[in-house]
Ligand binder design. Structure first.
Ligand code: 8YV
Length: 311
């Protein structure tokens, strides 16, 4: 018997091909008449596959009465209503661990690229400006004070990489950990005591807009904000203001509140580095994530334990 599943966003060709071998896949994101499709077919859908950045909207879950599992192709489950999933007995799976290294690598990439001004350097050479004058100086990356907000798997992987840069590392997290880094109880204290503030915490109700004007002012005019977590951690309006007024030194951002929409004020600023949510976007990691998505779906429909269940 074919199982009908709903695909909520584009996935890698490998994952799409493997899903198509197993299921009747309905690509909701490409449909013009989504409401019409759901009205006619909502009660046949047994699984949904989605991205961590997207999750599944509550009003969609509500019109899928036979939904059994939401398989997230990502580690974040902040856009899935877990309480409602539990209430309805819907399983939720994600893809932890396999993407940790890539997200940490990207954080280091942003730190290096922003500090040493690599995008500007590249543009400088291409424009033939080097023939006329040297580019000027940038900021040292090694030996500076790095503050990590959220010391879970990704935060720890970032810290380990920073150790190779002789960094002075401090952190703020839900609780003090047994690590050789300085702990700050509040994010404002962490920001006040670092040169580079790196966001690596999960998006929750508690972390929404935790990076506000007060935290940005604590980071100060020589401080840099790095975000590889979720856009919702940052009050984007306050960030734009702080960057415009040069109340912080700069920001390197891979995630945004309403991505792929990015505040256009940022486009003209020379103190920002922007990336289109690349954290886990390597061939190797997306393949490993795909394998986990498939393993979870296979386990669910075989009636066995999900390898990486959230709920
Ligand atoms: C991707 C992510 O955006 O893992 C996450 O939570 O945000 C990223 O890996 C996405 O989930 C890819 O589909």
């Amino acid at each position: 018997m074919t199982v009908d599943i709903l695909q909520l966003c584009p996935l890698t060709p490998f994952l799409e091909a493997e899903l198509a071998k197993r299921f009747a896949v309905h690509r909701l994101f490409e449909m013009e008449d989504k409401a019409g499709f759901l009205a006619a077919n909502g009660d046949s859908i047994r699984a949904a596959v989605t991205g961590g950045h997207l999750g599944i909207p509550a009003d969609l879950v509500a019109v899928l009465p036979k939904l059994e599992i939401v398989a997230i192709n990502g580690v974040g489950f902040d856009k899935v209503d877990l309480a409602e999933a539990k209430r309805r007995g819907i399983r939720v799976s994600n893809t932890p661990d396999v993407l940790t290294a890539d997200v940490a690598d990207l954080a280091l990439g942003l730190i290096l690229a922003f500090g040493r001004q690599l995008p500007r350097a590249d543009a400088y050479v291409r424009a033939g400006k080097w023939l006329l004058a040297d580019m000027g100086l940038s900021t040292r990356v090694a030996g500076r004070r790095y503050g990590i907000f959220g010391l879970g798997r990704i935060g720890m992987a970032i810290a380990r990489r920073l150790e190779g840069f002789d960094a002075r590392i401090s952190y703020s997290a839900r609780s003090k950990r047994d690590v050789p880094y300085d702990y700050h109880e509040t994010l404002a204290a962490l920001a006040a005591n670092c040169d580079v503030l790196i966001l690596a915490a999960a998006a929750t109700a508690e972390t929404r807009h935790v990076v506000n004007a007060e935290v940005l002012d604590a980071l100060g005019p020589n401080g840099t904000l790095i975000n590889v977590a979720r856009g919702s951690l940052v009050d984007e309006r306050a960030l734009v203001d702080a960057l415009q007024d040069r109340r912080i030194g700069g920001a390197a951002l891979d995630v945004f509140e309403d991505e792929p929409r990015v505040p256009e004020e940022l486009f003209g600023m020379d103190n920002v580095l922007l990336a289109p949510h690349l954290g886990s976007a390597t061939h190797e990691t997306r393949r490993a994530m795909a394998d986990l998505v498939l393993a979870n779906l296979d386990a669910h429909f075989a009636g066995t334990r999900l390898p990486t269940a959230v709920v």
